[in-house]
Design a protein around this ligand. Sequence first.
Ligand code: EPU
Length: 417
Amino acid sequence: MQKLLIRGPARLSGTLVAGGAKNAALPILAAALLADEEVELSNLPQVQDIRTMLKLLAHLGVESERRGDAVILRPTGKANPDVAPYELVKTMRASVLVLGPLLARRGHARVSLPGGCAIGVRPIDLHLAGLEALGAEVEIEHGYVETRARQLTGARFHFAKPTVGGTENLLMAACLARGTTVLSGCAREPEIVDLARFLQALGAEIDGAGEDTITIEGRDRLGGARHRVISDRIQDGTYLIGAALTRGDVTVEGSRPADLAPLLEKLDEIGAEVETSQQRIRVRHRGPLKPRGVVTEPFPGFPTDLQAQYMTLMTQAEGSSIVSETVFENRFQHVPELLRMGADISIDGTYARIHGPSALSGTSVMATDLRASACLVLAGLVADGETVVHRIYHLDRGYERMESKLQKLGARVERID
Ligand code: EPU
């Protein structure tokens, strides 16, 4: 199994070009199931989760090929299964995003229940309640969810709590429902807005994406489209945190400051220098880091996907800070590994109190999920000596060649077998 070897301490300095957002690309790829004609997507990140989704689409009858920097997708037109099997879903929860489009387009979908994962239980009850509101029959048997509806019908549905995947599944399904659907209590993440833009390019009529209430007028069919996926705010945010952490100076070109506002405000508060223009963010170390707490929340709150990386940053702040995780119930698994590197962190339920600054020292650590892996790599950059991060297959699910980007910024990082 591959590992990352980091020789610290490092100072990150230089410019990176932002890559495409995994969490925008995944639902957009699932939405290609709705298209009658060719779809051309550019700025897809080259990460494992995207390869898994393309494999799932091929299984479901949407073939893909590379054309330069873009990926072309088209329906094969053959009789294809409407089943997302356990073997694929178990490697990537986001496979559940094919449920809405498959059902809407083919009248039937059978998708393996994704189950929990390292960060929490992650039920899909709200996805299913929403599809039922559109007239689908939903049955759960033998670990699969099976949904049927000859024709979905527009309806009003309120999400009892904001869910990114749930909002995306319902948005996609409603595009081919008969009549008007009004979804309220929706998640408002930038990735949902990007999905809506793609669906609109296919011919869907959608109003309100990025707000609490989204209205969709169903269409009989959707055509084809060309679309460029937005940049990845979480990857960008990870490198910008790295700049503040390592007393460095990092610029990300092509990044979208509005999508990262909650992080950039925090970086400014803790004493880093933040400079933004429309498509560019620069973060520079300015002096000692001040401790500041964060509470993770749905967008526009502080993203749970940057919580672990921010915690590494707070190990270097002068004083105590509290990180509160409200989105997932088990997202502090990086803490025991940070403790092994010399951090001073105590956990009380959903709160973690970090006392800084701590002199971290390199050792072998185990990644447990995607963002926890990134936080350990960051810790390796400020630690003294060698840090080996094991199980980096988690990292490769969502970060494009992280070691080459860090090398470009001057860090001594290599991938070893
Ligand atoms: N929830 C329910 N019922 C549902 C759906 C969700 O109770 O039917 C709960 C979840 O258990 C969780 C909360 O609602 O406590 C929010 O979950 P959400 O559905 O918003 O998350 P998701 O769609 O499963 C996406 C991202 C995650 C990111 C979260 C929150 C993708 C493919 N995944 O997951 O990304 O953490 O939104 O922003 O978009 C990552 O990239 O590392 C990652 C985990």
